[in-house]
Design a protein around this ligand. Structure first.
Ligand SMILES: [Zn+2]
Length: 311
């Protein structure tokens, strides 16, 4: 009987989450993304990172999400927010600049840029507060500044996290993204998986703790999805290539409504970030996106039924 009641409760919970989606309700009120440049799977799992390790234990985790190619920063950070890879967005390298002539995107918004998750939120939730704090100055060019309410560059990782925490406290944003660059610096300067690289991840971990504390203090903890993402991993002194160390990246989903201690089975691609954010806010996405939501991370949603087809 007890078992039956548990199953009944789980089925009811699942039906509730799916019914909520159908009725147009959001799964979460807020989404906060922390992007750690150059965070490899092995680095995350090896470093002294108690905050993120707890998030993995209490949330859903994909240890081998796939970058787009090249495994460079711009192509991957842009894929996350533009919901598609370089062949569709036109952001094919770190040389990409908004006003220069590059490969034509498949679809463009009013100012000729690939539609981003920021556009989608702005269009369908006009009053939503959206913001970004970034530690790599070139990250900023990937965004359309006027789509966000808050756009701030920080010189150091600590300053970036502090400014981001302040922003969360002040505005309780609907969608906010923090970019931290220092782990990538350590990978290039000292080499990936060196003690300094692992120390830089430990530092990132403490800054993730700063952000979680700000979310808690702002009273947002119970209805915020937090995602930890990376643009690429790295090998020896760099990245950009096709080795497993470069193309496998971790993704952590954490919050009330995320499955606890769950290891995601479905393939997860870099560009799935955009559709996952749209999914939890119950927004319609552009047809030009290849992005698909990682529904399996959330309570009440199963792995795709066609996961084993062809295998
Ligand atoms: Zn990078």
């Amino acid at each position: 009987m007890k078992h039956f009641l548990c199953v009944l409760a789980l089925v009811t919970l699942g039906m509730n989450a799916q019914a909520q989606q159908k009725k147009g309700k959001e799964l979460f009120k807020h989404v906060v993304i922390i992007g750690i440049d150059g965070l490899s799977v092995m680095g995350l799992l090896t470093a002294d990172a108690p905050v993120m390790h707890k998030m993995i234990a209490e949330g859903a985790f994909k240890k081998d999400a796939r970058t787009v190619l090249p495994s460079s920063s711009s192509s991957n950070w842009s894929a996350q927010i533009l919901g598609a890879g370089p062949e569709i967005t036109g952001v094919t390298s770190n040389d990409w600049k908004p006003d220069a002539k590059h490969m034509t995107p498949v679809a463009v918004n009013g100012i000729g840029r690939s539609p981003s998750i920021y556009d989608i939120i702005r269009q369908q939730r006009p009053k939503a507060e959206q913001g970004v704090v970034f530690h790599w100055d070139d990250y900023g060019r990937l965004l359309q500044k006027d789509m966000v309410n808050h756009y701030e560059y920080a010189k150091t990782e600590s300053e970036a996290a502090a400014k981001f925490a302040q922003y969360i406290s002040a505005k309780k944003p609907t969608f906010a993204l923090l970019h931290l660059d220092h782990v990538d610096h350590a990978g290039h300067e000292d080499g990936h998986m060196t003690p300094k690289y692992l120390q830089s991840i430990a530092k990132a971990d403490s800054l993730v703790g700063t952000v979680l504390a700000a979310i808690d203090k702002a009273g947002m903890k119970d209805n915020t999805l937090v995602m930890i993402v990376a643009d690429h991993g790295g090998i020896k002194m760099g990245h950009g290539g096709e080795s497993d160390e470069e193309i496998n990246i971790p993704v952590i989903y954490y919050g009330n409504g995320v499955k606890k201690g769950y290891k995601i089975q479905q393939p997860v691609y870099q560009y799935d970030v955009a559709a996952t954010v749209a999914f939890v806010f119950n927004l319609e996405v552009p047809y030009s996106w290849t992005s698909r939501p990682v529904k399996a991370a959330f309570k009440g949603f199963s792995e795709p039924t066609n996961l084993k087809v062809g295998l």
